[in-house]
Ligand binder design. Sequence first.
Ligand SMILES: Nc1ncnc2c1ncn2[C@@H]1O[C@H](COP(=O)(O)OP(=O)(O)OP(=O)(O)O)[C@@H](O)[C@H]1O
Length: 303
Amino acid sequence: MTQGTLHALDARTTRPAEFGRDALIVCDNLVRIYRTEAVEVQALQGLDLLVDAGEMVAIVGASGSGKSTLLAVLSGQDEPTAGRVRVGRWDLAAMSRRDLVDYRRNTVGFVWQQAARNLVPYLSAWRNVEVPLALAGVGRRNRAARIGELLDLLGVPDVADRRPGELSGGEQQRVAIAVALANHPEVLFADEPTGELDSATTDEVFAALREVNRALGTTVVVVTHDDAVSGRVERTVAIRDGRTSTEVLRRPDEGSSTAEEYAVMDRAGRVQVPKEYREALALTHRVRLALEADHVAVRPDRG
Ligand SMILES: Nc1ncnc2c1ncn2[C@@H]1O[C@H](COP(=O)(O)OP(=O)(O)OP(=O)(O)O)[C@@H](O)[C@H]1O
């Protein structure tokens, strides 16, 4: 064995595995800066996020925390300033215009908050779902089969002949989900899909999204400002100041389910200590860290 081969083997064994290699969605130190003449806004400030295929994840956070920017980047409508972002086989930081069209038409589906943005007002629900299928060149018979299947799955087969203006808010969003799913996307992105709905209708739309996730296996990423959402999905990721800050995981537990909140540690080992904790113990600039048998203690610097 030559010295060169040894070096090559050595390099291979010591190189760390690629971050998120097995995930469907990878955001690695994602940065998005908006520059205008007067100001510079850092909407995403080194955000890390992994989503596995088949997951349903809610993204929550205060207004301005970067939720919509994240979704815009992930869905190919906005470009990252720095960092790595991958969805399936697509590297979103390095896509040609042609790739983008392909990606947006076939890999991802999108639902907006405003029903008017999702649906064509003068077409029936049926025809609305037909538009993306026709654009993708799907034949008449297959189109009909797919539309029927989706309207059934979303619980709106009875409104097929009605126009959006003749539907309730919840029905409009369920038809919008059908439109977004028409071409079998791997991922469904929804930006505040229930923002204009009351809480009963919100439950209905979340139930529809869960059903899509369960029955079709579509990965669902839904942005919402509604904190109660962590009771409706298995994983809720909170964004603060353009970074992921905490996650709530809900696990089935003998019939009901339990939810537990976790802080997110970034790849450099940084964890954000909540403001209430910092204030309660006057934790400021310098703190003492101690490694205990099963936890790490953080103490104020009283010296
Ligand atoms: N096109 C833009 N030009 C300049 N600044 C922008 C632009 N889009 C977003 N921002 C800024 O980036 C930050 C993050 O905005 P973003 O819309 O992603 O937040 P959000 O969490 O979705 O908020 P909301 O819940 O209010 O929709 C905000 O400070 C916002 O003002």
